[in-house]
Design a protein around this ligand. Structure first.
Ligand code: 5GP
Ligand code: SF4
Ligand code: MG
Length: 494
């Protein structure tokens, strides 16, 4: 039970959607998901619609493992949505893999979701009370059933007459947005339209692209470029974007609240070539490294980064400090990310499966090891040992984000309080625990100054896992570890 929870199903996923008559939308979605693979490696799925019927294909594993010519070909139509799912074990059931597709009074409905509803349990209960049966344990099924079977208040709304807005789906999406708390970036497929929806804080990213013959929505802009689309803009917090045969229309969803894009997207999640808030992620990471060098210099001979995600920050650290940048670790690129390992023990083994030291570069050197984050603290200790075995004389760890001290309830696998090493130990104790010669983290202010572009720019990011300030109200009982466990097991199952 403990293991199932720890590696549980709070996920960071990738969503993709395309409306493009005349194009092979399933194939384009495949390549879009391929570019979003880093956001989820547990399972992938594509659903298409040709105006009458829907076609769905999903499976466990990497996008390239799930899809091949034979199962892509039957995915006919001009509208498609796709999903890559990030979750580690337990809830690794095919029935939890997205997109979800159901038949409704108004034809087919498909949903791909990135995020986490903090009141999913409550909404689930309401649905069950209304006699709606549920067949999986995800909050995405709650979303799709809320859209399909709206409560009385939306059922009494007059039928929609404006064809541009689609048959009542907009009211239903709006009604969902009014009651759903937490993080959601959604791609929704109906018989004749694609919708993109983002929660009122814009917690998880979602952007729009234009392609010959149509439009695309995707978690990250890297997926747009991969399929030859042009980046247009982000979906705004609280916005509903409708794409159908009339083109693209922005519709009011719910009023935007304090913007709170996840700052961890900049630190770790997003692909370095993606654009977030018109900033290239790679450039931001490099600046985080520069800021780190200003805040926490080290007496050392060279700078290395933990591949791949910390390389830009290591380059930034090197530039600012004047210490040469070199490679000190080689990563096996064909192994999944470390969080994929199902328990702490395997995670530790996982590090040596994943990295080897580049002895020639390390011998007798005092090394600055830059990593983008320390979460559970299982990765960096074994890496330090690896570097010492490879000949490094000293290892000074510098982390390009602040200590992660608080769990995430907004859609990210970010452990519970007790699993977060910086919740348990202070910085000197972590340093000792991981066996570093010195350890320093980037300050919260330093990180925010870089991400916001300037120290005086207004606050517009979620920093809850670092600061403990949650942009949304988190039910008090969610913080109580035992209850927290129960909740996640109840919602996502094992
Ligand atoms: P730790 O062992 O401290 O829990 O893991 C920290 C390492 O995992 C860092 O090298 C960081 O790049 C990476 N990391 C941070 N957050 C995540 C995450 O949510 N998923 C995955 N797969 N890796 C992460
Ligand atoms: Fe992102 Fe951390 Fe906020 Fe979660 S708590 S949304 S990981 S910044
Ligand atoms: Mg890493």
């Amino acid at each position: 039970m403990e293991a199932a929870y720890r590696t549980g199903a709070r996920e960071e996923c990738g969503v993709f959607g395309i409306y493009a008559p005349g194009r092979d939308v399933a194939r384009l979605t495949f390549f879009g998901l391929y570019a979003l693979q880093h956001r989820g490696q547990e399972g992938a799925g594509i659903a298409t619609c040709d105006g009458t019927a829907t076609y769905v294909q999903k499976g466990m594993g990497l996008v390239a493992q799930v899809f091949h010519e034979d199962n892509l070909r039957p995915l006919q139509g001009h509208i498609a949505i796709g999903h890559t799912r990030y979750s580690t074990t337990g809830a690794s059931h095919l029935r939890n893999v997205q997109p979800y597709v159901i038949e409704t009074m108004y034809g087919p409905l498909g949903v791909a979701h990135n995020g986490n509803l903090t009141n999913a349990l409550e909404l689930r209960h309401q649905l069950l009370q209304r006699g709606v049966g549920l067949s999986s344990t995800t909050d995405t099924e709650v979303i799709i059933q809320m859209l399909a079977a709206p409560p009385e208040v939306t059922r009494r709304l007059p039928p929609h007459t404006d064809e541009r807005a689609g048959p009542r789906w907009v009211e239903r999406i709006r009604a969902l947005m009014q009651v759903a708390d937490g993080a959601y970036s959604l791609a929704i497929l109906t018989r004749d339209a694609l919708y993109a929806v983002r929660d009122s804080h814009g917690l998880r990213p979602l952007c729009i692209g234009e392609i010959e013959g149509g439009y695309i929505v995707a978690s990250e802009s890297c997926a747009l470029l991969t399929v030859g689309a042009r980046y247009v803009r982000e979906v705004e917090p609280g916005e509903i974007v409708l794409i159908n045969r009339h083109g693209i229309t922005s519709l009011p969803g719910i009023p935007a609240r304090q913007p709170a894009l996840c700052s961890f997207e900049y630190v770790y999640f997003a692909r370095p070539d993606s654009l977030l808030e018109d900033q290239v992620v790679h450039g931001v990471r490099q600046q985080l490294g520069q800021q780190l060098a200003r805040e926490a210099p080290a007496a050392a001979d060279l700078v290395i980064g933990v591949p791949d995600s910390a390389i830009p920050a290591a380059i930034g650290y090197s530039r600012e400090s004047g210490l040469p940048y070199t490679e000190g670790l080689t990563k096996n690129r064909y192994i999944g990310r470390t969080f994929i390992q199902p328990d702490d023990h395997l995670r530790q083994v996982g590090v040596s499966l994943k990295y080897n030291p580049l002895t020639a570069n390390l011998d007798g050197q005092r090394v600055v090891l830059v990593d983008d984050s320390i979460v559970r603290g299982n990765t960096v200790g074994p890496l330090i040992r690896l570097l010492r075995d490879g000949g490094a004389r000293e290892v000074h760890v510098r982390v390009s984000s602040p200590p992660v001290r608080h769990p995430c309830f907004m859609g990210v696998d970010m452990a519970t309080h007790t699993e977060l090493i910086a919740h348990q130990l202070d910085v000197p104790a972590i340093c000792e625990h991981i066996g570093a010669d010195s350890l320093a983290y980037l300050s919260l202010e330093g990180m925010l100054d870089v991400i916001r572009g300037s120290a005086s720019a207004p606050e517009r990011h979620c920093t809850a896992c670092f600061s403990g300030h949650y942009p949304i109200e988190i039910p008090a009982w969610l913080f109580e570890t035992e209850r927290e466990k129960l909740m996640f097991e109840a919602v996502w199952g094992t």
